[in-house]
Design a protein around this ligand. Sequence first.
Ligand code: PHE
Length: 389
Amino acid sequence: MKNSSKIVISNLPAPLRLARPGKLVIWKVKGWEKSHEELRIKNYELGIMKNEIEKLKNEILSNLAKVKEERVLKDLEIKYLGRKGELTKILRSLKDLSEKEKKEIGQLANEIKKEIEDKFSEAKIAISGKSGQERVDITLPGEKIERGHLSPLTLVQNELEDLFTSLGFMVLDGPELESDFYNFTAVNIPPNHPARDMQDTFYIDKKNKDGEYDLVMRTHTSSVQVRAMQKYGAPLRCVVPGKCFRCEATDVRHEHTFYQIEGLMVDKGISLSNMKAVLETVAKKLYGEDTKLRMRPKFYPFVEPGANGEVTCFLCQGKGCSLCKNSGWLEIFGSGLVHPNVLKNGGIDPKIYSGFAFGFGLTRVTQLKYGIDDIRLFNGGDLRFLNQF
Ligand code: PHE
């Protein structure tokens, strides 16, 4: 026994110790390493390890199957897979084995470890209903859903449409890209007439077959007057809300794009007093019952006589302030009795019918109603402005 060395099989699982009482210490003689006895013991030892791992796996799986609560699941995870967990301990002990043994049992152990980890993730999903990352904390306050709303222009437009329909007016629409004819010539502003200079016009850079520029961005809703007459004839009551365009240098009071609402009433025996009655009703509806209306002569080519309409300044009640430039009045529309030439262009006999027309600056009316001091805010797209309405 001189050259012999001793291998001590420590940490042997209990069954091995019981099975071979008194033979736990094996004396090896030099050259015995591959002896039958040693291999037999080693194989026996590995078999027991495999059994242990399988047993632990079954234990874990049966425990997992019973889990209903997240907290219990967490405890199990720590118990088996944690740093000091039972499965971790076994896996760690594999490092003491020889290369060949490691290969054999290590592969099994890793497969089982992977299987168990997968089962844990499945259990987690089953319990929480979602995968780990996308869990929803239902106790958090909900996300506010932003709701859009109507522009102040639309609010005033709707209000006026309601009023006019209640007075028996139709609500009509017309093209924003308009022919030179309907925008100007048809409403008594023939080509080269100086009145064209009153409205700075965007002409479209496209000539017709006669070599003329005959398309414009409409400069007013009056462009729909003759269209409406041609389509519906007399008697006629209609309003036309819509966008208009002028080649303006933009500032607090001027915009290239703004809104108007046109009105037209044609019937037998229509006079200025009918016009005043309708417009006074509108002014009171917009700015309150105490509002007064005054009309002063003003030239528009498509009406005769023509008048502008002013209402009592709602800010100072007519006393004079910066809004009304100390006049006590605010101008909100142009109006007049429809010019006979316009009726003729619309196919209506001016000897039988007469009518009145008016054009409210819808943008201006809205500015005055809500105290909006800069016209550029309407098209500016600033939500801080729009969200106030
Ligand atoms: N179209 C005119 C403008 O834009 C307003 C108006 C309409 C005047 C109808 C009289 C009659 O200024």
